[in-house]
Ligand binder design. Structure first.
Ligand SMILES: Cc1cc2nc3c(=O)[nH]c(=O)nc-3n(C[C@H](O)[C@H](O)[C@H](O)COP(=O)(O)O)c2cc1C
Length: 414
């Protein structure tokens, strides 16, 4: 009977334990978590979502306060289009976050950064270019592009000296998305170094509609592997979404995936950035406490706990401080929904917005409890303590459980 450790992910001549811990913004996949995956010989992700805010918390900078002060005059204006990111600040925050992480790296694994392209930041092209280039400058091992494939993203860093040596990967949820991406990027003569296939059971935003339950990861992964074989492209395929045990992972590794990307099991790791109380909510969740809804202003369905405080919250849009989802013309679906409610409730009291949420503010405050489909199984991965709470786990324990377990067994902590 095989276990994950019988397989290796190969990038050129280098070999890695075929476990990637996925990016989880905003700072849910912390540097500490990513560094553990790398130390253990796998691949960890930090996320660059809301990186000025992450920098403020990590390095005591004051990027968000400075931005808020700069745009204070606009707070009562329902039009947020004047709010722009200072590209110098964005570069500095990214460099701090990435450089400090890379300096702390030990072991044979790698640390990548997850860049969500849906963070359009009122200047999608310029901000993404700065985010990627700054991560490269600061020595990141790889960049995973996710949440909205801007077909020109690789081209944005084509002139960077590290363009051909850094690992570049994309997340797709269909063979069609991959085909389009490869066609559009052909002139760069630079293929992705890996393709993550994210199925419908993943956490965060989904690359499916509300009919997500009709799709399954094994089928999509097999289609993508077959397509790459036909095209004679030797690109490692990494399956993600609902891989809950080492045996789940082995079933993908035995059928042609080069690795798996996992996240949900690490949401209850000591090193995960979620507050302790929220980790307990994840442990307590039952299957019917989890839903896929459309409250994310990005337009992508998102999976979360139904008890998420972000649902129905009618807070004032906080774009003067954040503004990560402002599209290229300064709009955001939450602003539109919020403004509609303000018109309907001119006294400004008890505003509740049901159809969209202020994702920046709620993710920043850990009040949007996005999670994977199998979150309801987390309670089976640990022990309940005398006070009724569940014991959080070390990332090492979870990683090694994936690496060495057989028979769908899950090792409980000591
Ligand atoms: C709490 C949470 C937050 C996530 N945030 C992101 C994100 O910011 N960007 C992204 O590309 N994927 C995100 N994901 C998806 C994961 O990186 C990963 O691909 C997926 O969840 C793997 O499936 P699993 O959670 O069933 O193991 C998130 C997942 C979770 C559970």
């Amino acid at each position: 009977m095989k276990r994950v450790d019988d397989f290796r992910l190969k990038f050129g001549k280098k070999e890695f334990v075929p476990i990637m811990v996925g990016g989880m913004g905003v700072d849910i996949s912390t540097a500490e978590l990513a560094l553990e995956a790398a130390r253990l010989g796998g691949i960890g992700h930090i996320s660059d979502a809301m990186v000025p805010d992450v920098s403020d918390r990590r390095f005591d900078t004051s990027f968000v306060k400075d931005k808020t002060r700069f745009y204070k005059h606009n707070i009562d204006n329902s039009d947020k289009s004047i709010i722009k990111f200072d590209l110098g600040v964005l570069a500095e925050a990214t460099q701090r976050h990435v450089a400090a992480t890379m300096e702390a790296k030990k072991g044979d694994g790698l640390v990548f950064v997850n860049c969500m392209e849906k963070l359009t930041m009122n200047a999608p092209r310029d901000t993404l270019q700065v985010r990627m280039a700054s991560a490269l400058d600061a020595g990141i091992d790889g960049i995973t592009l996710s949440a909205g494939l801007h077909l020109g993203s690789f081209a944005l860093i084509a002139d960077h000296p590290r363009f051909r040596d850094v690992k570049l990967g994309i997340i797709v949820s269909s063979v069609r998305a991959l085909q389009i991406f490869l066609r559009k990027n052909a002139r760069l003569e630079r293929f992705p170094d890996y393709v993550i296939v994210e199925g419908p059971l993943a956490g965060g935003h989904l690359g499916f509609g509300l009919d997500w339950a009709q799709y399954d990861l094994a089928t999509i992964t097999a289609e993508i592997i077959a397509y790459l074989q036909v095209e004679k492209l030797n690109i490692p395929v990494i399956a993600a979404g609902g891989v809950f045990t080492g045996s789940d992972a082995v079933s993908f590794l035995e059928t042609g995936s080069a690795a798996v990307q996992v996240a949900t099991r690490f949401t209850v790791a000591n090193e995960c950035g979620l507050p302790a109380k929220v980790k307990q909510d994840y442990f307590l969740a039952n299957e019917d406490d989890i839903e896929v809804n459309t409250i994310s202003p990005t337009g992508y369905p998102m999976r979360m706990l139904k008890s998420t405080p972000a649902i129905g919250s009618g807070i004032r849009p906080n774009c003067e401080s954040y503004g990560y989802l402002l599209d290229g013309s300064g709009g955001c679906a939450y602003i539109t929904a919020y403004n509609r409610e303000v018109v309907l409730h001119p006294d400004g009291k008890n505003i509740s917005v049901k159809d969209k949420t202020c994702l920046c503010t709620h993710m920043r405050n850990f009040n949007c409890w996005t999670c994977g489909h199998y979150t309801y199984r987390l309670k089976d991965t640990t022990r309940q303590l005398a006070d009724g709470t569940y014991q959080t786990l070390s990332a090492e324990h979870i990683f090694k459980d994936y690496q060495f377990s057989v028979d769908h067994q899950i090792a409980l902590p000591n």
